[in-house]
Ligand binder design. Structure first.
Ligand SMILES: *[C@@H]1O[C@H](CO)[C@@H](O)[C@H](O)[C@H]1NC(C)=O
Ligand SMILES: *[C@@H]1O[C@H](CO)[C@@H](O)[C@H](O)[C@H]1NC(C)=O
Ligand SMILES: *[C@@H]1O[C@H](CO)[C@@H](O)[C@H](O)[C@H]1NC(C)=O
Ligand SMILES: *[C@@H]1O[C@H](CO)[C@@H](O)[C@H](O)[C@H]1NC(C)=O
Ligand SMILES: *[C@@H]1O[C@H](CO)[C@@H](O)[C@H](O)[C@H]1NC(C)=O
Length: 465
C-alpha cells in the first residue's frame, strides 16, 4: 500500500500543454539529485529526441527561462510552500508573475503560438482537500487579471482518489473525499481543464489488485483478462483509465477529458522493477498511444507524461526506494533502455544528453579492515544517511553484495555525492580510493557528473548558464 499514500501527498503544479497535438507524449523532470543535469542540456536532450512537452516538477524560474524560444511546452510545479502562500492574493500575484508571466514574456512556451495553453496543475500534498478549490480559483483569477487567460489551472490525482473494484464499472470516487472531489470537478469543468491522473500500473497490479504482473504490460501476452459487462480488458492501463471514466460519469461529468499526468515504470527498488520490464512497458505503452485507439470508454487520442526523465537520488523514500529509480535516463544523462519518444516504435536507444562531464574514474572502497566493527558500522550508517544507498535494499540491484562490497558501495556513494573530495573517502581510515570500477554484474557503483544547477565550471572558471 506504500504508493497509495504517495498519491495524496503530492504537490501543486502548473502544466503547459499543447492541446491541439493529440496523443502527445511528454515527460516529467524532477531535480532532486546530488549532481543535477544542467537545464540547457536537458533542453537539448528534449529537442534531440523530439519530446514536445516537459513537466517540470519545480518552479525555479532560472530553469524555466532556459526554455525560452525552444517551442517546448513547459509545465511547472507549484510546491507546497507556495500553495499556502497562494491563499493570499498578493503572494499569488507574485508567484504567477515570477513563474509564469515573466517567462512567457521572455519567450518561454511559444507565447505567440495560440495553440498552446498553459495549465496549472494543483495536486495537493499533505493538504486539506478543501483547500484545492480556493487555491485554484485564486490562481485562476490572478491569471485572468494578468491577461493570461490561455493559462489554465488544474490539479492532478492518483488512483487513490478512487474506490476501485475488480470491474471498472463499479469504480467511484472515495466516499470520504467525495465532497471536495465534486467541488474540484465543478471547477475543472468551469475552467475547461482535463482531469489529470497519475498512474503506476506496476503498483496497481501488485498492491491494489494482486493480479499477475503481466496484466501491467500492454502487449497482451498474458491471456489474463477482466471482463466487465460486454467489455474485455487485457491490460491495467485501459482498466485504470476506464475506472476513472466511470467515476467521472457517475459524478455527472461523462465527457470530462482525462489526461495522464504521470505514468512510468521504476527500474529498481520494487518487485518487477528492472530495466527489461521498464523497456517492455514503455514499448507497449507508446505503441498503444500512437494507435490513438484509446480505451473502450474513452476512444481516441490520449495525452501522457512519461515519468520520469532521470533518476532522482535525493528523492524522499518514505513510500519506497523505487521513488529514486523512475528515470528513463540515469542521473548521468545516459538512457537506461530503448524507447522511441517519436512514437514510431523504433528499436533504438534515445539520444543521450550531450556535453555531460563525468567525474574522473575514481571510486571509494572499504579497505576491508574489520578489526573494529563499531567503526565500520558507524561509517556505513553515516554514508547511507547522507548518500543514496537504496540499491542495497532488499530486492534491489545491489542487494546480493557481500558484506565488504556493501560497505564499499556506501562509501562510494558518499564519496561521489561530495564530488570525489579526498577527505570524503577517509571514514576513520577505512576508505581507500581506487581507479578500477568495483561494479559487479547488475550492481553499478555510480560516478557522479560534473553538472550543477546554476553554474558550470570550464577551465577553472565558473560560468552561469
Ligand atoms: C512548434 O511546435 C508545434 C507543435 O509541435 C509545431 O506545429 C510548430 O511548427 C513548431 N514551431 C517551430 C518554430 O518549430
Ligand atoms: C460543465 O460545463 C458545461 C459548459 O460550461 C455546462 O454546460 C455543464 O452544465 C457543466 N456540467 C456540470 C455537471 O456542471
Ligand atoms: C495475491 O494472490 C496470490 C495468488 O494469486 C495469493 O497467494 C496471495 O495470498 C494474494 N495476496 C494478497 C495480499 O491477497
Ligand atoms: C489479446 O489477445 C487475445 C488472444 O490472445 C485476443 O483475442 C485479443 O483480441 C487481444 N486483445 C487486444 C486488445 O489486442
Ligand atoms: C455494451 O453494454 C452497454 C450497456 O451495458 C450497451 O449500452 C452497449 O451498447 C453495449 N455495447 C455493445 C458493443 O454491445
Amino acid at each position: 500500500m506504500k504508493m497509495r499514500v504517495k498519491m495524496s501527498l503530492m504537490c501543486i503544479m502548473v502544466l503547459v500543454m499543447a492541446t491541439q497535438v493529440n496523443s502527445f507524449v511528454g515527460i516529467t523532470w524532477g531535480r532532486l539529485q546530488t549532481q543535477q543535469l544542467v537545464p540547457s542540456m536537458v533542453v537539448d536532450l528534449l529537442l534531440q529526441n523530439k519530446i514536445p512537452q516537459l513537466r517540470l516538477m519545480t518552479s525555479g524560474y532560472d530553469i524555466i527561462e532556459i526554455f525560452s524560444g525552444t517551442n517546448i511546452s513547459l509545465s511547472v510545479t507549484m510546491g507546497n510552500q507556495f500553495v499556502w502562500q497562494a491563499n493570499r492574493n498578493d503572494l499569488a500575484y507574485v508567484w504567477v508573475n515570477d513563474r509564469i508571466k515573466d517567462p512567457i514574456n521572455k519567450g518561454v512556451n511559444i507565447r505567440s503560438n495560440r495553440w498552446f495553453r498553459t495549465i496549472f496543475n494543483t495536486f495537493l500534498k499533505e493538504a486539506n482537500n478543501n483547500q484545492v478549490v480556493p487555491v485554484l480559483k485564486l490562481i485562476r483569477e490572478t491569471l485572468d487579471d494578468m491577461k493570461l487567460g490561455h493559462v489554465r489551472a488544474t490539479t492532478g490525482h492518483g488512483m487513490d482518489v478512487l474506490k476501485v473494484s475488480k470491474f471498472p464499472s463499479e469504480a467511484d470516487f472515495r466516499d470520504d473525499i467525495k465532497k471536495p472531489m465534486l467541488e474540484s470537478l465543478e471547477e475543472f469543468n468551469r475552467t475547461g481543464v482535463p482531469f489529470v491522473l497519475y498512474m503506476f500500473p506496476i503498483h496497481f497490479v501488485k498492491e491494489i489488485m494482486n493480479y499477475t504482473m503481466e496484466f501491467a504490460f500492454m502487449d497482451n501476452k498474458s491471456g489474463f483478462k477482466i471482463v466487465d459487462g460486454n467489455i474485455t480488458y487485457t491490460n491495467a492501463v485501459e482498466l485504470m483509465i476506464d475506472s476513472l471514466a466511470w467515476a467521472l460519469k457517475k459524478a455527472g461529468y461523462p465527457d470530462m477529458k482525462i489526461m495522464i499526468g504521470q505514468i512510468g515504470w521504476p527500474t529498481d527498488g520494487y518487485p518487477h522493477a528492472n530495466i527489461k520490464n521498464a523497456e517492455r512497458f514503455h514499448k507497449g505503452l507508446l505503441k498503444y498511444v500512437s494507435s490513438k485507439k484509446g480505451t473502450p470508454l474513452r476512444p481516441g487520442p490520449l495525452d501522457i507524461y512519461l515519468h520520469s526523465l532521470s533518476d532522482e537520488n535525493e528523492f524522499r523514500t518514505i513510500f519506497g526506494t523505487f521513488q529514486r529509480h523512475w528515470g528513463i535516463y540515469r542521473a548521468d544523462g545516459n538512457p537506461k533502455y530503448k524507447i522511441d519518444f517519436s512514437l514510431q516504435d523504433r528499436d533504438e536507444y534515445p539520444t543521450e544528453a550531450k556535453g555531460i562531464v563525468k567525474m574522473p574514474n575514481r571510486w571509494c572502497k572499504f579497505n576491508g579492515d574489520t578489526s573494529n566493527m563499531y567503526l565500520v558500522n558507524k561509517n556505513y550508517d553515516l554514508a547511507c544517511k547522507t548518500a543514496d544507498c537504496t540499491r542495497l535494499e532488499k530486492g534491489a540491484s545491489c542487494d546480493g553484495l557481500k558484506f565488504e562490497s556493501r560497505i564499499s558501495y556506501a562509501f562510494n556513494a558518499f564519496f561521489q555525492k561530495y564530488k570525489q573530495s579526498l577527505e570524503r573517502c577517509d571514514f576513520d581510515g577505512l576508505g581507500k580510493i581506487v581507479a578500477t570500477n568495483p561494479s559487479v554484474e547488475n550492481c553499478e557503483f555510480p560516478i557522479e557528473i560534473l553538472a550543477f544547477q546554476d553554474q558550470i565550471v570550464q577551465n577553472g572558471m565558473v560560468l552561469r548558464i
